[in-house]
Design a protein around this ligand. Structure first.
Ligand code: CP
Length: 363
């Protein structure tokens, strides 16, 4: 558990010059729960286990009308703003659904052409506007560092409120990593847990923010090995490899995706992130067919192996795989709703109530 540091006692220049590991203690509450959720590095093994357990309890409680009635009474005095400046289906809808499960009323702004940003209002001012009306902002923005700046800014106003990072720039997608960890835990709960597994990442690893966050969180699990299969142009960043080295994690970097499949316990596919191209047609020139998971590859995958994908997909997983029980990408998406419910409940300190309800009524 981090010892909390205060965002209102540090200047933006000082805060933004810290490493992400150094920033993490500024994002927690006095009680150790997360306040702003911006980085994978602000979680540790204990907080991941707590969130996964809470997600499972919410999932089980939500199966009954009485359970849903309990959950939706927990935060029915709160309002959340979904401020998405980049396209999204899963993250937006799963946060939306998570808020509804907990009774939170939700508003959204996804199209800046209908906001006063059209009149020249800055995005920073828009965020301050939302803080007048809402109790939480869930934000996806393409500008690197913008979500962090907003979190710092609001913590330095007389109306601070939590910000959840729903995917900024190319760097991180922390709540996707939470749902990925939850999916891996659920997938391996009957075969030894997540420990000692080999996770094979494939595709656009350089610009895939989900991989960058998940790779970091996997370092909390004993004896996990990571394999990165991609063409040179899209290979995982040296900063992630340095992070793995610093944490003593075994990894392999390869071009041989097909050869790596039989050794993998989880194959984590990603799509080409060509929205980040710096030159026209840059991604289209890269040959990716060797990095697609085909129906034939199902024969190479362990019987206990799983195929994951943050989605959306293009061609990188053949639809012939979709009904194989090892294809968990649909379940992965739904897990996002449960883990995001658990996260929001924890930020608003309702986790103990949920745990008590579960012990009394479900267990
Ligand atoms: N996985 C994910 O972030 O999907 P969306 O872009 O649809 O939210």
């Amino acid at each position: 558990m981090f010892k909390r540091k205060r965002l209102d006692e540090i200047s933006w220049d000082e805060y933004s010059s810290l490493t992400q590991e150094e920033q993490a203690p500024f994002l927690v509450q006095n009680n150790g729960r997360p306040y702003h959720v911006l980085l994978a590095q602000q979680f540790d093994r204990e907080s991941l286990d707590n969130l996964c357990d809470l997600a499972t309890r919410i999932r089980r409680i939500a199966k009954s009308k009485a359970g849903m009635g309990f959950l939706s009474s927990l935060l029915d005095h709160k309002r959340a703003m979904l401020y998405f400046h980049q396209p999204s289906s899963r993250t937006f809808l799963s946060f939306y659904s998570a808020c509804l499960i907990l009774g939170i009323r939700v508003a959204e702004l996804r199209d800046p052409s209908i906001s006063s940003e059209q009149k020249g209002e800055t995005m920073e001012d828009s965020v301050r506007v939302f803080s007048s009306y809402f109790d939480m902002i869930i934000m996806r923005n393409p500008v690197q560092g913008f979500v962090d700046k907003c979190a710092w800014m609001l913590s330095n106003t007389d109306r601070p409120l939590p910000i959840i990072n729903a995917g900024p720039g190319k760097d991180q997608h922390p709540t996707q990593a939470l749902l990925d960890i939850y999916t891996l835990q659920r997938s391996f709960e009957k075969c030894g847990g997540l420990e000692h597994k080999n996770v094979l990442f494939c595709g656009d690893l350089k610009r895939g923010r989900t991989v960058r966050s998940l790779s970091r969180l996997l370092t909390f699990y004993p004896d996990i090995t990571q394999t990165f299969a991609a063409p040179d142009e899209l290979q995982i960043g040296q900063d992630i490899l340095d992070y793995l080295d610093a944490h003593g994690i075994q990894y392999t970097v390869t071009h041989d995706f097909k050869g790596a499949i039989p050794e993998a316990d989880a194959v984590y596919m990603t799509r080409m992130q060509d929205e980040w191209d710096t030159k026209p047609g840059e991604s289209a020139r890269i040959r990716m067919e060797d990095y697609w998971f085909t129906g034939d590859d199902l024969k190479r995958l362990k019987p206990t192996g799983v195929i994951m994908h943050p989605l959306p997909r293009r061609h990188e997983i053949d639809t012939a795989c979709d009904n194989d029980p090892r294809a968990v990408y649909w379940r992965q998406m739904r897990n996002g709703m449960w883990i995001r419910s658990a996260l929001i409940a924890t930020v608003f300190c309702r986790d103990s109530e949920i745990n008590n309800y579960y012990m009394l009524n479900i267990k």
